[in-house]
Every structure is written in structure tokens, then in C-alpha cells.
Design a protein around this ligand. Structure first.
Ligand code: ANZ
Ligand code: ZN
Length: 829
């Protein structure tokens, strides 16, 4: 009896795979390619259980697809720039680079200890100049094309991180990292014009419906936020000014009774002089501009405003409309002006009620009527046009277009589409990021760094400031340069790029990870892209996945890539919970993967992660569960140990010769059925948990039949075949123990390189059994059915039996009782 010494076994096979370069990517580009990718980790220091789960899922997919004959690409790398490195450097008095590279080294060793089948030759770290050099090149291309631009903009400023945050990094008004309240500030920033791609990003989601979770598609659609409507102009009375609004409801134009402007609207200052309202308006504007944008868009915000003292004119009714400044109108959306229709818009209704402004009903419900005196809220549904001149009686949906056409004739309106999506602010006032490759020259202005001067290397000989401010502006050797255009003294940009830029193209860089001349080799791109299966957390449903989609399209248009979407299929795995909540340091409910590997071995940890829940569901960590997984592997170990002397390398799903006894047939049937089920469950949305359950059943059958079978003529071969099939099928999940037992069966070729066995449908057939059929308790027939037939099949066959048919003819079947394998009783009246 040999002991299951998982530590030695796991080390031994990890080394064997490495020595044999088992997972090296093929360079021949002549197979059926399959690119499986897990979201790369931030090198925070140690991997956590969420990583283990994510990467275990990916590894099973990679190993399984290899066995299925696919040419698999399975790389790993590090999302290595970012704030935590700087914070850690301040705290531990070290350098962000040192901290990052040490973390990478440790985490790489952790991943290796888990036995993941990565091609480590393709490893990338985004903080390496050989990586971000190409990112700087893309930036220069984008700049040339106008896809990157600089503008002064109100930005989200986190006072504690000393940096600007993207909209996506602000969660309910708080910094996503440190939960500080985010402030608004005006700064010159670099932007990527993702809005140029808004329509394509939206439309192309329809091409992903088969491969992406519906939930993620919906989140992206909402984030892009397309609104179809119109822009309509209103003349300001007594001034030579127009107010243009964006509306999704041109059908309500006859009911527009006042106008609401955003406090930041540039017209405000031009409207108020001489009205006597100046002071009141200015103090309101000042107060509201300081308020948080998120708070201002909340539905339950108390609507507030002030009259500007001016009126504009409704272009269809000629009615004068008082112009207000209102807190709920935002400058960043539409035109920053809203035609207020209190009868049909809830915010306008609340506002009009508060300030006693006129209302006018212009849409009637299709059934019944509306009355102003009894309205307690706006009527926002479509209906029939009323009080709208020649449009009266028309369906309001049809009237939208009719009114736009009517306005267009007079040049007062035009159809418009608005998107909620904003351009992507990529400027960060942080040190540990990729430098933005531009130079500011007093004479020449903004000068791009010539491409032959790339990379603009991030200087490493700096000390991080204890208060977190970037050391770059104070780093003379970095900042002071000569202008590439005129040769005069000039200054470098000291902002670095948002780390989401690095993760927007890393999946393509893996293909040519060591190519120093070009970001991508077209032949690699052509063959390997897009990623066939991407796996990661739902928290990236918007940010990372939308930016990556944008980058692929923008790089395609620059001629770097030749496909439209980066990720064909997406699996968002659930969280790992302990005690019902997400594992986190702050809650103190963390299970450390290292400890688990030491205690149970990598195979058990992997097995548990895959067995405890289907991949997209949350997984509750529990000691009983991992003990159970550990016991299963020990049970498998003992089985092979006990049978070793009768086992030989006959191959999985080996042919059976001659007649089989009942026990032999049962074992063979179970073997083939297990191969079939594992394959089916993996192919069907990666249901590893049910696949594992099937393999556990096979182990039970092996234990139940082994004593009877091992001595028979066919026995040793059948046992060898069944165990071989089991080892092949289990090896993507628990690869080390399977390799070890595989070798003990006498195989000399590495299991990782074995093809997936083909089960024999003939072997699945079982003998027939006889079932008696009663009608109202009296024996009326006998049918012969397959032993594994379902109740439905048995019932259908029973009701078709000639003799049974005679006894139920013309009667009502009240119910049918089926006892599979034995009896059917038909109750009739
Ligand atoms: C008149 C109207 C009548 C409107 C009505 C709605 C209902 P979505 O669908 O989100 O795009 N709006 C336009 N710009 C705005 C801004 N900068 N700040 C706040 N609100 C703004 O919504 C578009 C609608 O939101 C527009 O249609 C406008 O109000 C308002 F019965 O115009 B509507
Ligand atoms: Zn110059």
C-alpha cells in the first residue's frame, strides 16, 4: 500500500510538464485553434480563492480542449501598473517596481503550484517598457487621428488618492478604491474618443448574444445608453439668443410650458443681465455646481430652481415660457437644456407643482381621459394627441416623427441621437503607470514624442512622496527635454495612463509576447483571435469589457487587428463566499490558498472549487466540502493501489471481447456512460459539478464490481479500461494524481497529451426488462422496455399495448402509476 503523498506527486508532475514543454503554444498555425483566457490578476501580493476558482475553471477548459484535439492557447500575465503599488511603497518604504516584481514572482510560484497549464513563455507584465512601448505607439496613432485629445474638463477628483477617477470608478459618489467622497475639479486631461464608437459598440452586442451572458449585454447597453429624439430650438424673447433642447418626446412639444437650464449652461450668464434676477441666479448656480453629479441625478432629489427673469417662445404654440435654472438638469447630457412638459414628465410635474407653473395636457390615454385637477403625477405613457393643433387625434408615437418633420421645415428642429456614454478620460496624476508620450513646448504647443523615441520610460530612480502625490512633476531628468520639433527646452507630460488602457489589449499581445518590433504579428492575430472563451468576474461587465471592445475596434481601424470583437464567449464566474459573504480581508473571512494547498494538495483544492457549485453561481467555501473532495481522491488512489497488479495500459474505452457477465457489462456500461456525461456536461456551459458527480458514481461502481470482476477472463481488461477512462476524464480537474495513477497503470506517455476517449454508444445499451400493465388493478398486459427507460417512455409504451388499449377504450384515464422496471397501473372511469 502506497501513501497518497500529494506534495511529492504534484511537484513531480509540474516539473515533468515543464521539462516536456507540454503546454507550449504551437507555432504551426495549422490546427483547430482554441484561445482560452482568464482575466489576468493584479499582482497584489498573493492570490486569493477567487483567483483559484477563476483559473481552475480556465485550466479545465484548456486541458479538456487539448484532449479534444484543439490547438490550445492558454497564457497568463500581470496587470501590473496601478495605485496599490504606490500605496504599498509608501507604507513599506519600498519602490513600486520592486514591490510589483516581487509580488509577481511569488504569485507566479503560487499559480505553478496549482498546476495550471499555462504557456509561461508568453507571460507579460504590463509595467514592462517592452509592453507599454506599444501602448504609447497606439496613443500616438490615436492622437494623429483625433481619437486621443486633450481638453479641460470637470473631473472626478479623489482627495485622498490625489487623482482623477473615471466615471466608472466612482460608485455612488465615492471613490471605488478608498470610499472617499469624490469632488469635482477642472483640469486639462487626455481623453480617448470612445463615443465615436458608441453606435458600433451598441450594435455589435447583437453579435454576442450566443456567447455572452444576457446580464452583461444589458449592462453594456444601459451604459452606452442610446436615446433617440430630437433637438428643438426656442427663441429667447427680447434677446438674440436661441435655446436648443434635447428631447426624447417631441410629441409633447405643445405641452411645453417652461424651460429648464442646467446651472452650468453658458447661456445663463447671457440671460440674466438686466433682469434683476442676477444675484439670486448666481448664488443658486454656485450652490448647485458644488453638488455631486450622482446626487443630482437621483430620482428622489428634491427638485429646485430659480427663475432667470427671461422667457422663450414655444415654436408651435407661440406661448411664452419662463426660463428657469434647475438642479436636476445636467450640462454633460444632451444640450443641458430641457423643454419642461409638466403634464407628461414626472420631474417637470414636481417642479411645476412646487413653483406653481402652468401645465397643459397634450397626450390622452387611449382609453378614458385625463384631467389636470385630479392629476397627482405626470402621465408618461404614450396615447392620443390632444391640444396639439393639426396633430390632434394622432397616435403619440407616430406624432414624434410628424412633429420633427414639421419643425425641420422651418429649421427649428432635427432628429438627434444621444448617448449616455462619455469619452474615456485616461489621464492619471499618478506615478506607477505608463507615461503619456507627449511633450509641451512653449513655441510648438503639444508635440507628440516621435515613434522612434519610444518607449518613454517611466523613471525608476524616484522616491514616492509620502502624501501620495506623483513624483514625476518633480523629477527633473524626466520632465526636462528638448522639443523634438524646434529643439528648444520643453517639458514632458507627467500624467500616466489609466491602467484600464493596459488591460484593453493584453489579450492580443500574448500572441506576440516577445516580438520587439511590432505589437502584433498579423499571422498570429489572423490565426488566434478572437479569444474563444474568456473567463472572469462580473465586476468587469462594463469597464474592462467595454474598453477592450473599443480598443479592438480602434486598433482594427488603425490596421493592427482584423477582427471586430475580442471575446467570442464570456463566462462570468460567481464569487467565493465564506459564511454567506464575499471573502475579504476587512471581514476577516479569508481562506488562504497556500494553506489549503499545504493541507490538502492542489488537486483537492481544484476539485472542490469545481465541484461545489456551477461556475456562474456563487461558491460557499466549507471545510466539510473540501474534506469530501479530499476523501474522493484518496478513495480513487486506494482503488488503483488495490488493483494495481491486475491493471495494465489497455487504453480508455478499450474494446471488449466475448460475452460479458452481468457485472462486467454493468461496469463497461458505466465507464462509457461516464465518458459521455462528462463530455456532455463540459460542453454544456461547463457544468463541471455534474461531470464530477458522474465520475464519483463510476468510482462507486468500480468498488461495487471489482471483487467479482477482477478474477474473470475479461475482468482485468475491463477494470483497466474503466480506470483509464476515469483518469483521462478527471485529469483536466485533478491533473497531478491522474498523471501519477496513469503512470502506475503502465502508460509511458504523459496523460496531459492523451486524446479524449470516444465512448461506444453500443456499450450504453442495457438488457430489456419486463413490466406488467394493469388496468384498474387487473393484469391486462406485459411490455418489454429498456432497463433505463424513463417513466414517460414506459407509460407511453404501456398505453399503446394492444390488450391495454382494448380495456381503456372509451373510458377516461384518471391517472397512471408507473413503478419503473416493474409495473404500470392505469386507473380509468
Ligand atoms: C421633454 C420631455 C417631455 C421629456 C416628456 C421627457 C418626457 P433619456 O431617455 O434619458 O435620454 N433631458 C434632456 N437633457 C437633459 C439634461 N441635460 N439633464 C436632465 N434632463 C435632460 O431622457 C431624455 C429626456 O430627459 C429628454 O426628453 C429631456 O426631457 C430630459 F414628457 O424633453 B424630455
Ligand atoms: Zn518646440
Amino acid at each position: 500500500m502506497r501513501h497518497y503523498d500529494f506534495k511529492d506527486i504534484e511537484e513531480k508532475w509540474q516539473k515533468a510538464w515543464e521539462d516536456q514543454a507540454c503546454f507550449r503554444t504551437s507555432e504551426t498555425h495549422d490546427g483547430r485553434k482554441y484561445y482560452v483566457l482568464e482575466m489576468f490578476p493584479y499582482p497584489s501580493g498573493r492570490i486569493h480563492m477567487g483567483h483559484v476558482r477563476n483559473y481552475s475553471i480556465g485550466d479545465v477548459v484548456a486541458r479538456y480542449k487539448r484532449m479534444q484535439g484543439f490547438d490550445v492557447f492558454h497564457p497568463m500575465g500581470w496587470d501590473a501598473f496601478g495605485l496599490p503599488a504606490e500605496n504599498a511603497a509608501i507604507k513599506n518604504n519600498t519602490h513600486p517596481a520592486k514591490w510589483t516584481y516581487e509580488n509577481i514572482a511569488y504569485m507566479r510560484s503560487q499559480l505553478k503550484r496549482l498546476g495550471y497549464s499555462y504557456d509561461w513563455e508568453r507571460e507579460i507584465a504590463t509595467c514592462h517598457p517592452k509592453y507599454y512601448r506599444f501602448e504609447q505607439e497606439f496613443f500616438l496613432k490615436f492622437l494623429e487621428k483625433g481619437l486621443a485629445y486633450r481638453k479641460k474638463a470637470p473631473v472626478n477628483w479623489c482627495p485622498s488618492c490625489h487623482t482623477v477617477l473615471a466615471n466608472e470608478q466612482v460608485e455612488e459618489g465615492l471613490c471605488w478604491r478608498c470610499d472617499s467622497e469624490v469632488q469635482q475639479k477642472e483640469l486639462s486631461q487626455w481623453f480617448l474618443r470612445i463615443t465615436d464608437y458608441a453606435e458600433e459598440l451598441l450594435q455589435a452586442l447583437d453579435t454576442l448574444t450566443d456567447g455572452w451572458p444576457e446580464r452583461v449585454l444589458t449592462m453594456q447597453r444601459n451604459w452606452i445608453g442610446k436615446s433617440v429624439g430630437a433637438e428643438i430650438s426656442f427663441k429667447v424673447k427680447d434677446l438674440d439668443e436661441d435655446i436648443t433642447v434635447f428631447t426624447t418626446r417631441p410629441d409633447t412639444l405643445f405641452g411645453a410650458t417652461f424651460m429648464s437650464l442646467a446651472p452650468e449652461h453658458p447661456l445663463v450668464e447671457r440671460l440674466i443681465p438686466g433682469t434683476g434676477q442676477e444675484a439670486e441666479v448666481r448664488s443658486f448656480v454656485e450652490r448647485i455646481s458644488k453638488m455631486d453629479r450622482i446626487v443630482r441625478t437621483a430620482e428622489d432629489l428634491e427638485k429646485e430652481g430659480v427663475f432667470t427673469g427671461r422667457y422663450c417662445v414655444n415654436p408651435v404654440t407661440g406661448r411664452e415660457m419662463p426660463v428657469y435654472v434647475a438642479n436636476f438638469v445636467l450640462m454633460g447630457y444632451g444640450t443641458g437644456a430641457v423643454m419642461a412638459v409638466p403634464a407628461h414628465d414626472q420631474r417637470d410635474f414636481e417642479f411645476a407643482t412646487k413653483y406653481d407653473l402652468p401645465m397643459q395636457i397634450v397626450i390622452m390615454p387611449r382609453e378614458g381621459t385625463l384631467e389636470l385637477s385630479s392629476m397627482t403625477e405626470a402621465y408618461t405613457e404614450p396615447g392620443v394627441m390632444a391640444n396639439s393643433g393639426k396633430f390632434d387625434g394622432m397616435d403619440s408615437e407616430a406624432a414624434k416623427q410628424a412633429i420633427i418633420d414639421h419643425l425641420a421645415d422651418g429649421g427649428l428642429g432635427k432628429p438627434t441621437v444621444n448617448y449616455r456614454l462619455r469619452d474615456w478620460n485616461i489621464s492619471r496624476q499618478r506615478y506607477w503607470g505608463a507615461p503619456i508620450p507627449v511633450i509641451y513646448c512653449d513655441a510648438c504647443g503639444i508635440v507628440p514624442v516621435p515613434v522612434q523615441d519610444l518607449p518613454v520610460e517611466l523613471p525608476l530612480d524616484v522616491k514616492v512622496n509620502p502624501d501620495g502625490r506623483s513624483p514625476l512633476p518633480g523629477c527633473e531628468s524626466f520632465v526636462n527635454v528638448t522639443c523634438p520639433k524646434c529643439g528648444q527646452a520643453a517639458r514632458r507630460e507627467t500624467d500616466t495612463m489609466d491602467t484600464f488602457v493596459e488591460s484593453s489589449w493584453y489579450f492580443a499581445r500574448y500572441l506576440s509576447a516577445r516580438n520587439e518590433d511590432a505589437a502584433f504579428d498579423p499571422r498570429d492575430v489572423e490565426y488566434w483571435m478572437p479569444v474563444d472563451q474568456y473567463i472572469g468576474g462580473i465586476e468587469h461587465a462594463i469597464l474592462h469589457l467595454l474598453y477592450s471592445r473599443f480598443f479592438v475596434k480602434a486598433l482594427r481601424d488603425e490596421g493592427y487587428l482584423n477582427h471586430d470583437e475580442p471575446f467570442k464567449n464570456l463566462l462570468t464566474q460567481g464569487m467565493v463566499l465564506l459564511g454567506g459573504s464575499k471573502m475579504s480581508k476587512s471581514k476577516g473571512n479569508v481562506v488562504d490558498p497556500d494553506e489549503m494547498i499545504v493541507k490538502y494538495g492542489a488537486d483537492t483544492v481544484r476539485l472542490f472549487c469545481l465541484f461545489a457549485a456551477p461556475p456562474e453561481k456563487d461558491l460557499e467555501w466549507n471545510d466539510k466540502g473540501i474534506e469530501g473532495s479530499s476523501r474522493f481522491l484518496s478513495r480513487l488512489w486506494r482503488l488503483v493501489d488495490e488493483l494495481e497488479e491486475v491493471l495494465s495500459p489497455v487504453g480508455p474505452c478499450a474494446a471488449a471481447n466475448g460475452a460479458l457477465t452481468e457485472a462486467e457489462a454493468e461496469l463497461r456500461r458505466k465507464e462509457h456512460d461516464t465518458v459521455r456525461r462528462v463530455e456532455r456536461d463540459i460542453e454544456n456551459k461547463f457544468q463541471f459539478n455534474t461531470a464530477i458527480a458522474a465520475m464519483m458514481e463510476l468510482v462507486n461502481t468500480l468498488y461495487a464490481t471489482k471483487d467479482e470482476v477482477r478474477g474473470s477472463a475479461n475482468g482485468p481488461k475491463l477494470l483497466s479500461s474503466a480506470i483509464s477512462s476515469l483518469l483521462v476524464a478527471l485529469s483536466p480537474i485533478a491533473p497531478h494524481i491522474c498523471e501519477e495513477l496513469w503512470a502506475r497503470l503502465g502508460y509511458t506517455r504523459t496523460l496531459a497529451l492523451e486524446p479524449w476517449p470516444a465512448h461506444d454508444p453500443e456499450a450504453l445499451k442495457t438488457s430489456e426488462v419486463t413490466v406488467v400493465v394493469q388496468v384498474n388493478g387487473k393484469l391486462r398486459g406485459q411490455i418489454s422496455v429498456a432497463a433505463e427507460a424513463s417513466s414517460e417512455d414506459i407509460q407511453a409504451q404501456a398505453l399503446n399495448d394492444q390488450n391495454v388499449v382494448r380495456h381503456i377504450e372509451g373510458k377516461n384515464i384518471v391517472k397512471v402509476i408507473v413503478i419503473p422496471g416493474k409495473l404500470v397501473n392505469v386507473v380509468v372511469r
